[in-house]
Design a binder for this molecule. Structure first.
Ligand code: CDP
Ligand code: CDP
Length: 212
């Protein structure tokens, strides 16, 4: 059983790399950001101001968020598609900034890891969610390259400037919770193919697990 933490800014490739690595290692992929996205959807549905700490904490304290087979469930409803939209993305950093919300979601994010292991991706996976991980990786890339990836992902390469500006905003909004562990291996993915990054991180994981 192995536990790997992968952190880094938006568009650095965390979730794609974590997914491929989890499959290769035969352990679950724990997408910690999905919990913040589902909490944000609950807050928006309740028509609560994302900066109102008491109201936000009350909403998040009332809902159950689960991940089953790569899908995100909010009180049992599959909200995987809804949580990836622009409205949730624009509000998620404000919800995630509340320490009380982070405490509430930590238990759910950790559930199952002690039993099954996992590849956990996020902003504070290595420092907070699984501080005893066998391997900690910090993925990074220039903001221009991350913007290109996001624009391609959204199917709108002509809106590159919009996506770069969006990443600047989210990097700033996430700065407090985006913590690089002292013992993380830094992988700068600028100019590297996804296959190359996955192979590099898989090699690191094999070494951490005691393989060749
Ligand atoms: O994939 P992307 O980097 O765009 O975002 P995500 O991993 O789905 O995370 C969405 C948001 O949740 C981030 O922008 C952070 O505000 C928050 N988050 C966090 O605070 N801590 C984590 N461990 C994971 C996500
Ligand atoms: O989770 P995070 O926001 O860090 O990034 P992601 O959603 O996993 O990846 C952003 C996009 O960049 C995906 O479409 C990847 O296929 C692409 N990409 C990458 O992640 N790494 C590379 N070295 C090259 C492309």
């Amino acid at each position: 059983m192995i536990v790997v933490a992968i952190d880094g800014p938006a568009g650095s490739g965390k979730s794609t790399v974590a997914d491929a690595l989890a499959t290769a290692l035969g352990v679950p992929h724990v997408d910690s950001g999905a919990y913040y996205r589902a909490a944000t959807l609950a807050v928006l549905r309740a028509e609560v101001d994302p900066t109102d700490v008491d109201a936000v904490t009350a909403v998040v304290g009332r809902v159950a968020i689960d991940r089953v087979d790569g899908r995100t469930l909010l009180d049992g409803e599959d909200v995987e598609d809804d949580i990836r939209g622009a409205t949730v993305t624009a509000n998620v950093s404000a919800v995630a900034a509340h320490p009380a919300v982070r405490d509430l979601l930590l238990v759910a994010q950790r559930s199952g890891i002690a039993r099954d292991g996992g590849v956990v991706d996020g902003r504070d996976a290595a420092t907070r969610i699984v501080p005893d991980a066998d391997l900690k990786v910090w993925l990074d890339a220039d903001v221009e390259e991350r913007g290109r990836r996001r624009a391609l992902q959204a199917g709108e390469p002509e809106r590159l400037d919009h996506h770069i500006a969006d990443l600047h905003r989210r990097d700033a909004a996430d700065a407090t919770q985006m913590v690089r562990a002292d013992d993380a291996v830094v992988v700068n993915t600028t100019g590297l193919s996804l296959d190359h990054v996955v192979a590099t991180v898989a090699d690191l994981a094999r070494t951490a697990a005691g393989g060749s």
